[in-house]
Design a protein around this ligand. Structure first.
Ligand code: SF4
Ligand code: SF4
Length: 480
């Protein structure tokens, strides 16, 4: 499973055996636990800032409302959906479907050019694993060497204390994540209500919370990097999405090889040595347990930890930074500097347009939706020289404001509408209303047995807020 980009020209001196197994398994198939060294450096700092920002957003958004609507809500149970405070109904699902297709195109284009930047910087798995759970592990158990020592030592008081503390904190954070995830599904008010009322009143909901808490706990305490290396379908797609022009974290093998240990005051170039001093720091810092010097691998989540580790070493030995860096494979092969190429610019423009298109789809849904359907089996009737059809209307107010609506036939002309009551229809915000109307035309107006008709819905200011195309039925007439 340890797969390389097929274009990558591995230097001959590389050991190729790494291809035969997953980096986190030994030859017997047993898992090799990864103890990544705590990363530090410029990229780690930037990633920390992004992580904190995303965590603040994640823990804040459930409380944000726009016009009394939740900013984001995906209530699949009650089929209530809000995106950016805009309600979405089943009627709008074509937009979500289009949005999903647009998102897939976006992700593919993005990956072709920018590689796995999403995995390292934005993916919730990485954010919580590296930004929260791993940091707690460093805090309680110490860095890589201390963790390995603790793992090897017998279950004495120190190990019991540290492990119990870590597992308890992990459990509490898993509970918190589950509660916030539920807020995105049922809203924070409902989550607070469930918590206040207790498990006896809400046994199924508490059971669901326990299941999700256990899943999060399992993923972040045990499964960890295996989510990225074995489970995540996006990770599996990398082999077909990236090429020589894709930006990724690369080891500059042209500069780094022939790798060999550091000797003080040695002119490495003169003796034919590359800049890699084979210190292994890029390997021990890697959270997915791989050696980036073997080339691009599916397991690499572009977390940049190896860039920082190598840069630190390069500074210490007085060599230029960037032996491991963000680059394209072509740049490494041709020893070029990073360029924002025409392809990257074009893709960025397309990605921006796609985001714009998604935004347009979301906002251009109108605040009303009207449907006029004939009752099953109904047909026309003629009385006092007028042909009449009955319609069931469904009016959906997608806004938060109360609306006073009227219905008018836009064409053909001279329609009369019987509302069976008040012709002003009052619709509260976020309300669906159904009712019956009879639409009549003078007999001479209807020249076809099926006459196209447009019905308009107007607000209190007389603005047309939605229209619906349907068919008015009449008797068969021979038109000459
Ligand atoms: S190889 Fe480097 S960038 Fe890739 S996962 Fe490992 S440490 Fe992160
Ligand atoms: S950290 Fe840099 S110098 Fe050290 S082994 Fe990795 S690539 Fe070579």
């Amino acid at each position: 499973m340890n797969t390389q980009n097929s274009n990558f020209q591995a230097p001959e001196l590389y050991e190729e055996s790494f291809r035969n197994s997953v980096g986190t398994m030994d030859e017997t198939g047993r898992r090799k636990w990864v103890y990544p060294r705590k990363p530090k450096g410029k990229f780690t700092n930037y990633r920390d800032y992004v992580t904190y920002l995303l965590l603040v957003i994640f823990f804040t958004l459930p409380f944000v409302k726009i016009n009394h609507n939740p900013f984001l809500l995906f209530n699949v149970i009650d089929r209530k959906f809000f995106i950016f405070g805009q309600p979405f109904y089943l009627q709008d699902f074509f937009i979500l479907a289009l949005g999903a297709v647009t998102s897939v195109i976006f992700v593919m284009l993005f990956t072709v050019v920018f590689g796995r930047i999403f995995c390292g910087w934005l993916c919730p798995q990485t954010i919580f694993m590296e930004g929260v759970f791993r940091k707690i592990e460093y805090w309680i158990e110490g860095d890589r060497n201390k963790q390995m020592k603790l793992d090897r030592q017998e279950w004495n008081s120190e190990k019991i204390r540290k492990r119990l503390t870590k597992w308890s904190v992990y459990a509490v954070i898993s509970v918190v994540i589950t509660n916030f995830m539920f807020m995105y599904i049922v809203g924070y008010e409902e989550v607070f209500r469930i918590i206040t009322e207790g498990p006896a009143e809400n046994p199924l909901k508490f059971l669901a919370m326990i299941c999700f808490t256990s899943a999060f706990y399992f993923v972040f305490s045990w499964l960890r990097e295996q989510v990225c290396t074995l489970v995540c379908p996006y990770g599996r797609l990398q082999g077909v999405l990236i090429d020589k022009q894709t930006i990724n974290v690369y080891y500059d093998f042209k500069r780094g090889e022939n790798r060999s240990k550091w000797k003080k005051d040695e002119d490495r170039k003169a003796v034919g040595k590359g800049d890699c001093i084979d210190c292994n720091q890029c390997v021990v810092v890697c959270p997915t347990g791989i050696d980036i010097r073997n080339g691009q691998q599916l397991e690499c989540v572009n977390c940049t930890a190896c860039i920082d580790a190598c840069d630190e070493i390069m500074v210490k030995v007085g060599l230029p930074k960037g032996l491991i860096r963000y680059a394209t494979e072509a740049e490494i092969e041709n020893q070029e500097k990073f360029k924002f190429t025409g392809r990257m610019k074009a893709t960025t423009v397309i990605l921006t347009l796609l985001i714009g298109f998604l935004g347009f789809l979301m906002y251009d849904r109108g605040s009303m939706e009207a449907k006029f359907i004939k009752p099953a089996g109904s047909t026309f009737f003629i009385k006092n020289g007028k042909i009449t059809n009955t319609f069931i209307y469904t009016l959906l107010n997608k806004s938060n404001e109360k609306k006073t609506l009227t219905i008018k036939v836009l064409n053909p002309k001279n329609a009369e509408i019987n509302f069976f009551g008040n012709e002003k229809i009052i619709l509260k915000g976020d309300q669906i209303l159904k009712g019956n109307i009879n639409i009549s035309f003078p007999e001479k107006e209807i020249r076809f047995s099926k006459q196209n008709m447009t019905i308009g819905v107007f607000d209190e200011k007389g603005n047309l807020v939605d229209s619906f195309e349907t068919v008015f039925e009449g008797p068969f007439q021979l038109v000459l």
